[in-house]
Design a protein around this ligand. Structure first.
Ligand SMILES: C[S@@+](CC[C@H](N)C(=O)[O-])C[C@H]1O[C@@H](n2cnc3c(N)ncnc32)[C@H](O)[C@@H]1O
Length: 297
């Protein structure tokens, strides 16, 4: 009874009711809610804290953002309240704005994949070259939604795809299933301390994940620990840049790395024969990437 009366009280606020209804339709982050509801970020955060305190919504980290979604199952005594909110008049046009926001989000996701495969032709080359590789046991550090994971799984004996985000892992798993790949193990874990045995893997791939972690040197040491002697690490990273907005918007911890400094970190972590391959994208792009490879000593 008390939970019900608390929920009634909390939902007496029309903005809070709109937020609850929106996150009941799709997981949304604070910036998205600000743009949908049209109130200040501090106010949205306050409403979210209240709803979360009453366990009406839950939060989950995904690719550096916190997403909020409805946490009330139909068996909950408060469910009729949720239904009432859902069916209430949409005087602000929230539904139409949400549909547009989700459409833009999907466009951005597919654009990212296109950018990863310029002209789509590298895919053919990668497939052709991968036929030359022995069947390796590969670990994908920070697999995200699994775009690279599935490409690795096409030729690897087994891929262990690791991420700390359950939601990203869910999307990666769905992608692997869609592609008919059954040689991927998905593991929710922190790259700083992996629940994997020492000296068993052939290859660790760290693509665009190192700038997300607090202690890159500890993550590289984990890579060295789980590799067999002679196993290899491949790191794809951003060059140093000044785009500070990526910290808040994308959850980056580091604004890129000096290749030479990262090379030294790899050597310190236990890798030899470390090589750097720079890669220049078109001049206007603030994000330039480079590759580092090393062999476990
Ligand atoms: C930009 S994504 C990289 C995705 C993919 N590797 C690629 O190249 O497309 C970075 C991923 O690292 C994950 N991540 C960040 N910190 C982590 C940590 N400490 N442990 C595990 N995963 C982490 C994030 O959840 C995110 O999915």
């Amino acid at each position: 009874m008390e939970a019900l009366s608390d929920a009634f009280r909390a939902l007496g606020d029309p903005t809070r009711l709109r937020i609850l209804r929106l996150v009941g339709q799709a997981p949304l982050n604070v910036s998205e809610l600000v743009s949908l509801v049209g109130v200040a970020q501090s106010s949205v955060s306050h409403h979210l804290a209240k709803l979360k305190g009453l366990e009406l919504i839950r939060e989950e980290r995904q690719a550096g953002f916190t997403y909020y979604s409805l946490a009330v199952p139909p068996t909950d005594p408060r469910w009729p309240l949720i239904r009432l909110a859902h069916d209430a008049e949409d005087a602000h046009g929230d539904r139409a704005r949400l549909t547009e926001l989700l459409r833009r989000r999907e466009d951005r996701a597919s654009l990212n994949e296109k950018l990863l495969e310029p002209g789509q032709s590298w895919m053919l080359w990668a497939t052709a070259l991968s036929t030359l590789l022995p069947p390796l046991d590969v670990v994908d550090f920070g697999c995200g939604t699994g775009v690279l994971t599935v490409e690795l799984a096409r030729w690897a004996r087994r891929v262990t795809a690791i991420d700390c985000s359950a939601s990203a892992l869910g999307q990666a798993q769905a992608r692997a299933e869609r592609e008919g790949l059954s040689n991927v193990t998905f593991l929710e874990a922190d790259l700083h301390e992996l629940p994997l045995g020492a000296g068993k893997k052939d290859l660790v791939v760290v693509s665009q994940s190192l700038h997300h972690v607090e202690h890159p040197e500890a993550v590289l040491a984990e890579a060295a620990r789980i590799l067999k002697p002679g196993g290899r690490a491949i790191v794809l990273e951003l060059m140093p840049h000044q785009e500070k907005w990526v910290k808040e918007r994308l959850g980056h911890v580091h604004l890129g790395f000096e290749p030479e400094a990262l090379k030294q970190q790899l050597a310190k972590a236990g890798f030899k024969a470390v090589s750097i391959t720079p890669y220049g994208r078109d001049g206007g792009d603030p994000f330039r990437v480079f590759l580092l490879t090393g062999v476990q000593k």
